[in-house]
Design a protein around this ligand. Structure first.
Ligand code: C2E
Ligand code: CA
Ligand code: CA
Ligand code: CA
Length: 277
């Protein structure tokens, strides 16, 4: 079985079973993926539900594997977290996101870019310094970044997570609680953490126009967020009916296939021009 060293490397026992042999090869491939340029930054637009204006975008990583084809993040992110490779991956995503944000701003499109952070990232004491360096190199203001964190990522080591998040927040970066409503103790964290945004999980949004229970949960979550002075975002908007309903309920922003699937970052300018036309 695999053992983890402090530096994130993985050591293997002599009696290596098939599954750890497979994960060793996956780790090697994942390491190579960066050098071989197999990772792609996709972005999904974030839209103001009241005005239809594009206000931001979420960075979502893709892996174009030469043999396996398109590997989705749900298949390799958990693995990247287990092996510590997530640190490299997150840095790659941060760098590409900053680049794209700068390019778009140069064309007059000032969008806030949201990046997903994992448990391991929150344990990384260097993260705030890395962000400071990133912002300086790309001449971006801290407000051009939003960091999305799940409740389960915070749960792992709440004290340390809170410390990292407080430092990032003090620098002026926005913090968002992702997949809100699916974790264990959402409310306690909302009270304690320097959060700016609450993101309603798509499981409540996808069929909300047909499901009274979902609608009630979404309505209550929007009210809760607003009462706490937060921006509320819905993900998983797949129809105009759901957009309308969310707009009526006062939800601030939304993302979903109805507006756009995640698209390659280099197609964002073209997409924006089409959306505005
Ligand atoms: P997430 O952060 O909750 O991202 C939202 C997921 O919902 C994305 O899946 C997105 O493509 C999908 N989605 C967006 N709109 C719709 C819609 O209208 N309908 C449906 N059915 N789905 C929609 P994706 O890109 O496969 O990412 C899956 C998860 O992988 C993400 O969930 C996030 O937790 C993780 N992930 C992706 N990129 C990164 C990354 O760069 N770093 C880290 N740490 N995690 C990442
Ligand atoms: Ca997210
Ligand atoms: Ca989410
Ligand atoms: Ca999710």
């Amino acid at each position: 079985a695999a053992k983890q060293r402090n530096d994130g490397a993985v050591i293997y026992d002599a009696a290596m079973d098939k599954s750890s042999a497979q994960s060793l090869s996956l780790l090697t491939e994942l390491r190579n993926a960066v050098e071989r340029n197999e990772l792609r930054l996709h972005v999904q637009p974030k839209i103001s539900l009241a005005t239809g204006m594009v206000v931001g975008m979420e960075s979502l990583v893709r892996w174009m594997h030469p043999e396996r084809g398109n590997v989705f993040p749900d298949e390799f992110i958990p693995f990247a977290e287990q092996t510590g490779f997530i640190r490299v991956l997150t840095r790659w995503v941060m760098e590409k996101s900053a680049e794209l944000c700068g390019e778009l701003a140069a064309q007059g499109h000032h969008l806030k870019v949201s990046v997903n952070l994992s448990t391991r990232d929150l344990m990384d004491q260097d993260l705030p310094v890395m962000f400071a360096d990133l912002l300086a190199r790309h001449k971006l203001t801290p407000g051009s970044f939003c960091l999305e964190i799940t409740e389960s990522a915070i749960m792992d080591d709440p004290v340390r997570a809170q410390h990292t998040l407080e430092r990032l927040s003090a620098m002026g970066l926005d913090l968002s609680i992702d997949d809100f409503g699916t974790g264990y103790s959402s409310l306690a964290y909302l009270k304690r953490l320097p959060v700016n945004e609450l993101k309603i999980d798509k499981s409540f949004v996808l069929n909300m126009e047909k499901d009274e229970g979902d609608t009630k949960i979404v309505r209550s979550t929007i009210d809760l967020g607003h009462n706490m002075g937060l921006r509320v975002v819905a993900e998983g908007i797949e129809s105009e009916a759901v957009w309308r309903l969310l707009a009526e309920l006062g939800c601030d922003q939304g993302q979903g296939y109805f507006m756009s699937r995640p698209i390659p970052g280099d197609q964002m300018i073209a997409w924006l021009e089409k959306w505005q036309a």
